[in-house]
Design a protein around this ligand. Structure first.
Ligand code: AMP
Ligand code: ZN
Length: 111
């Protein structure tokens, strides 16, 4: 998608702080972190969100990347994975991404 910021990051056209990368997925630190660790796991192919017909191998690669991020960031104590889906859920970048949040006690608010 030509004007998609996460497509550009996946293609290395825009710089990011990359935490993990393979042929299907890139994980990079969020520009506006909501926790001490806030990393985005993003498929390199463009899907609008989790209900946009995402193939199983892409979902598997994203799940693998979550584990790689957790290890790289030392999140053994626990972390949260969130994917906002649609404007009413606060999705602002319309390219599928999972937020990996941790590095502090996240408590029990909002799941
Ligand atoms: P969402 O609101 O779920 O769509 O999340 C989009 C996230 O992308 C927000 O947390 C932003 O801070 C983050 N973001 C937007 N642009 C960039 C960028 N260039 N590099 C890293 N994170 C970004
Ligand atoms: Zn995109």
């Amino acid at each position: 998608m030509p004007d998609c910021i996460f497509c550009k990051i996946a293609n290395h056209e825009i710089p990011s702080t990359i935490v993990y990368e393979d042929d299907k997925v890139i994980a990079f630190d969020d520009l506006n972190p909501q926790a001490p660790v806030h990393t985005l796991v993003v498929p390199k192919a463009h899907y609008e969100n989790i209900i946009d017909g995402v193939p199983g191998d892409v979902l598997e690669a994203m799940a693998h990347a979550v584990g790689e991020v957790a290890r790289a960031k030392g999140l053994e104590a626990g972390f949260r994975v969130i994917t906002n889906t649609g404007a009413a859920a606060g999705q602002t970048v319309m390219h599928l991404h999972w937020h990996v949040l941790g590095g502090r006690d996240l408590g029990e608010g909002l799941v």
